[in-house]
Design a protein around this ligand. Structure first.
Ligand code: AMP
Length: 319
């Protein structure tokens, strides 16, 4: 994931992060009951996770007139610039999903696009200079459109999903040729590459353009593949998991937020950022909606980071 050009090494000011994605109301069914109208959407999880690392996060999205203003006010209070979230007449993007009793598989029961159907991301003047850009899971044509609006980001990461792989592959491939990093889950990586083996799937994706690919594997952790090799971030083994929704987005927010905080893209910083992604994903799944990301402190984040570092620490064998 080392793109051309590196961030400055000064830690005096955090690098800016622009997030474009969905802002949603979710209905979630699963072993812990049915929960209605929860705050969801990729941008909601990403921005909240990233806000613990940098005060320089802005989000671009759209909500309808049914969207509670308090959700945006909360993000603003966390220092997130929400001026790029448009409010349009109509219904907010609404996603309904059901988890199996083991929480490992989920089914989309309903997707109501509402105002998201006409979403045209408009990047404000200040955000066009963002150094880090995270393109959440939206139509690849819109992701491409965002790339024409930003000026000179040093790192662009993009997410996608099976829907776009199915119906928009040409636009998706065009987008992939223009981003540094693709972040997908294992099934999406397999589908995109037409290859079951993840190492081979990653090699295939890298040929489409990105310099690195991150494959998220739920409670099996995440893998980073790049030209120079691979890195594995474990997932925290948790005793209580309530709602996996947003885990991948929180991972992405933790990773990109940490990179904004650290101010460089060295291989070792990127490894640390992968672990920070795993830490933020682990907080997200312990509660519904963004509740697991609420009221965290730097101390709690640091503590879980240290636990994960300890979990994966081992001495090299000397044979
Ligand atoms: P994740 O669990 O990280 O894959 O993200 C879940 C979030 O993605 C939910 O809060 C949904 O509101 C949102 N979502 C589901 N389907 C879509 C879609 N087609 N486009 C954009 N966002 C979606």
């Amino acid at each position: 994931m080392i793109p051309d050009g590196t961030l400055m090494h000064s830690r005096s000011a955090h690098r800016s992060l622009l997030v474009v994605g969905s802002v949603a109301l979710d209905d979630i069914d699963g072993p812990f009951g049915f929960h209605r109208d929860l705050l969801g959407g990729s941008a909601s999880f990403i921005a909240r996770a990233a806000s613990y690392f940098t005060r320089n996060v802005s989000i671009v999205g759209v909500v309808g007139d049914d969207f509670p203003q308090r959700h945006l006010d909360e993000l603003t209070a966390l220092g997130v610039n929400t001026s790029g979230v448009e409010r349009k007449a109509g219904e907010t993007f609404h996603w309904t999903g059901r988890y199996a009793p083991d929480l490992a598989t989920r089914t989309t029961l309903e997707t109501r696009l509402g105002v998201f159907a006409e979403f045209q991301p408009k990047i404000g003047e200040a955000s066009r200079d963002a150094q880090l850009v995270l393109l959440g899971n939206i139509d690849p044509d819109l992701q491409l459109d965002v790339l024409t609006q930003v000026r000179a980001p040093v790192l662009v990461a993009a997410d996608t999903m099976n829907l776009w792989i199915d119906i928009k592959r040409p636009a998706l491939e065009k987008m992939l040729a223009k981003v540094h990093t693709l972040m997908v889950n294992d099934e999406e990586a397999r589908q995109l590459a037409g290859e079951h083996n993840l190492r081979r799937a990653a090699a295939h994706i890298l040929k489409l353009g990105p310099t690195s690919v991150i494959i998220k594997r739920g409670d099996a952790g995440a893998l980073l593949f790049h030209g120079g090799g691979a890195f594995a971030a474990p997932a925290m083994p948790l005793a209580d998991v309530k709602d996996p929704t947003g885990a991948g987005d929180s991972f992405a927010g933790g990773l990109m937020g940490y990179l904004a905080y650290a101010g460089d893209l060295s291989p070792s910083t990127i490894r640390t950022a992968m672990i920070m992604g795993s830490v933020m994903g682990s907080f997200a799944v312990e509660q519904f909606s963004v509740d697991g990301l609420r009221d965290l402190t730097r101390e709690r984040i640091q503590q879980r980071f240290d636990e994960l570092a300890e979990l994966a620490h081992f001495e090299r064998a000397r044979l």
